[in-house]
Design a protein. Structure first.
Length: 502
C-alpha cells in the first residue's frame, strides 16, 4: 500500500502513460504519480527534453507523437492508465482537426492495448451556450473530452477553468497585468465570473483519477471554493502581494484579438497564447457539481481558496522554486529541424559568427557559471537596447519576445525556455546550445563553450549559426551582420570579464 503527499491511500501500483510531460501540468504530474507509488512512462516527441528533470531517472521515456498511431501503440504496451495532456493550442487554423485526429488515435490505441482508463484534463465550458458560440480553444477541448467519453475505454474527463500556480500562463497573465499597471483600461471580460483552481488540487484530482472504479466513465467539473470576476481576482492579487489597489476601467471596444495583443504587450504571455485564454473568459465558467469528491475526497482546507493558491504561487516564484512554467512546452510552429552538426543534416547555406577569447584569471567553472546564468534578469552581457528592440520587434510580429525570462535564475535544463531561445543541449561545464524561437526567415542557434586550451588556460568560445530560408533569409543575415561586432563581440568580451571578476 502506498501513501501520497496528501495522505490518500492507494492500494494498487499502476503503470501510467503521461503525454505532455514537457508541459506545465505534465511535468508536475509525473513526480506526483511516482510519489503515489505508480510506474510512469512518458511519451514525448523529443525525449531528450525530459532528461534534466529531477524525476527523469525514475520514469521511462519513449519517443513518439500522439498523431502517429504506431508510436502511440508502442507507448501503450502494458499501460493501465493513460493521461492525455496534449493540446494543439495556437498551432494555426487547423488545430481543431489536429486535436480531433490525435484524440481519436489515442482512444483507438488505448482500446487495442487493453488500457483500463484514459484521464484527460480539459476546459470548463459555460452551461447553456451553444458549442458553435464557444471560442475555438474551448470548443476543441470539449470535443476531445467527448471523443474520450464515447470511446470503449472508461474515461475521466476533468474540466477546469483558470489554473493558479507558479509558472502557469493564467497566473503569470494575472500577475503581470496587476503588478505593471496601477491604472488599466480593460476589456469587458474582467466582469465575467470564473472559478479558479490551484494547481495542487488539479494534480491531486489527476492522480486520484487513476484508481477510479471501472464503471466511472464521465466528466467532472473541478474548481476551487471561490467564484470571482477577473476584476476581483486582480484586486485580490494586490492584497496578497502587498500592492496598492489598482484602478480598473473596463471598456467595450477591446475585441478578443485586441485584448490578446494588449496582454502580449504587458505580460510575458505571447498574443498567440493570450488569445485563447482571453476568449475563454467571454462566458461565465463555474462548476455545476462537485461529484469528484466521491472518488477523490476533499481534505481539510482543500480545494485551496484562491488567496491561498495565490500566496503559494507567489512564494514559489520568490524562492525560485518554480518546477515548470507555461513556456515549458515548445512554442507552436517553432523550428525543429535537425542541427547543422547532425550527421543527417541536408546541407545548404550556413552562416556563422564565431568568437574565441582567453579568460585571464578565471577557472573554467567560473566561466561556466556565467554562461549558465545568461538571459532573464541577468541579461545578455551586450548592448541591452539592441536586445530589447529585437524582443519588441519579435512581439510585434507575433513572436514570444524577450519577456519569457528563465524558470530558474542559476540553473538551466534541456527544454527550458530562455527569453526568445530554448535550451537545446547542455554539456554541464562545457556547452550550452540555444535554439532561436523568435520569428526569423531561417533557423538560428547560439552556442557558448567553456574550454581549456593546450596551455591549460580558460577559453570562452561563442558561435552563432544561421541557416537561411530563401532570399529573405540571406538578406536578413547580411542586413544584421554589420551589428554582430557590437552585439556578439560585446557579448563575448563581457562574459569573459564577468567570469574573471567572479
Amino acid at each position: 500500500m502506498h501513501v501520497d503527499t496528501d495522505g490518500q491511500r492507494d492500494t494498487e501500483r499502476l503503470h501510467c502513460l503521461v503525454t505532455g510531460a514537457s508541459g506545465y501540468i505534465g511535468g508536475r504530474l509525473v513526480p506526483e504519480l511516482l510519489e503515489a507509488g505508480h510506474r510512469v512512462r512518458c511519451l514525448a516527441r523529443s525525449p531528450g527534453k525530459l532528461r534534466d528533470h529531477p524525476w527523469a531517472q525514475d520514469a521511462e521515456t519513449v519517443g513518439g507523437d500522439v498523431t502517429d498511431a504506431g508510436s502511440v501503440a508502442e507507448a501503450m504496451r502494458g499501460i493501465d492508465v493513460a493521461y492525455y495532456l496534449v493540446h494543439a493550442l495556437g498551432t494555426g487554423s487547423g488545430f481543431e482537426d489536429t486535436d480531433r485526429r490525435a484524440a481519436r488515435t489515442f482512444a483507438e490505441q488505448a482500446h487495442a492495448a487493453g488500457v483500463r482508463r484514459i484521464v484527460y484534463l480539459g476546459g470548463l465550458t459555460p452551461r447553456g451556450v451553444p458549442e458553435e458560440e464557444l471560442s475555438p480553444h474551448l470548443r476543441s477541448r470539449a470535443e476531445v473530452g467527448r471523443i474520450f467519453l464515447e470511446a470503449p475505454v472508461p474515461a475521466t474527463v476533468l474540466r477546469a477553468a483558470v489554473v493558479i500556480g507558479s509558472g502557469s500562463a493564467s497566473f503569470e497573465m494575472l500577475r503581470y497585468l496587476t503588478e505593471r499597471l496601477p491604472v488599466m483600461i480593460t476589456p469587458r471580460w474582467v466582469h465575467t465570473r470564473t472559478q479558479p483552481i490551484g494547481v495542487r488540487d488539479v494534480l491531486r484530482y489527476l492522480v486520484g483519477s487513476a484508481t477510479m472504479p471501472a464503471d466511472v466513465d464521465r466528466a467532472f467539473d473541478i474548481g476551487g471554493p471561490d467564484v470571482l470576476t477577473y476584476r476581483a481576482m486582480m484586486h485580490r492579487y494586490t492584497t496578497v502581494a502587498g500592492l496598492r489597489r489598482r484602478v480598473i476601467v473596463p471598456v467595450p471596444v477591446l475585441t478578443p484579438g485586441l485584448s490578446s495583443h494588449w496582454v502580449g504587450l504587458v505580460t510575458p504571455v505571447p498574443a498567440s497564447l493570450a488569445r485563447p485564454l482571453t476568449e475563454s473568459l467571454r462566458h461565465e465558467v463555474v462548476c455545476h457539481e462537485h461529484d469528484i469528491a466521491a472518488h477523490v475526497p476533499d481534505l481539510p482546507g482543500r480545494p485551496l481558496p484562491f488567496d491561498d493558491a495565490l500566496a503559494l504561487a507567489l512564494r514559489r516564484v520568490r524562492e525560485a522554486q518554480v518546477a515548470t512554467r507555461w513556456s515549458s512546452a515548445a512554442v507552436p510552429g517553432a523550428p525543429s529541424d535537425p542541427l547543422p552538426t547532425d550527421p543527417d543534416w541536408a546541407g545548404g547555406s550556413l552562416y556563422q559568427d564565431e568568437r574565441r577569447l582567453l579568460v585571464v584569471g578565471a577557472s573554467r567553472e567560473a566561466l561556466w557559471k556565467v554562461i549558465e546564468g545568461v538571459g532573464g534578469d541577468n541579461g545578455w552581457y551586450s548592448f541591452p537596447l539592441a536586445w530589447a528592440v529585437r524582443g519588441w520587434l519579435d512581439r510585434f510580429v507575433g513572436g514570444v519576445g524577450l519577456r519569457r525570462g528563465r524558470r530558474d535564475a542559476a540553473r538551466l535544463r534541456v527544454g527550458d525556455s530562455l527569453d526568445f531561445w530554448r535550451v537545446e543541449e547542455i554539456e554541464r561545464g562545457h556547452l550550452l546550445r540555444l535554439r532561436a524561437e523568435m520569428r526569423l526567415p531561417g533557423l538560428a542557434w547560439l552556442e557558448m563553450y567553456a574550454e581549456t586550451d593546450a596551455e591549460g588556460r580558460t577559453r570562452y568560445r561563442q558561435r552563432a549559426l544561421f541557416h537561411p530560408r530563401g532570399l529573405l533569409g540571406h538578406a536578413y543575415w547580411w542586413s544584421v551582420s554589420p551589428f554582430h561586432a557590437v552585439v556578439f563581440g560585446g557579448m563575448a568580451r563581457n562574459i569573459a570579464r564577468a567570469a574573471a571578476k567572479a
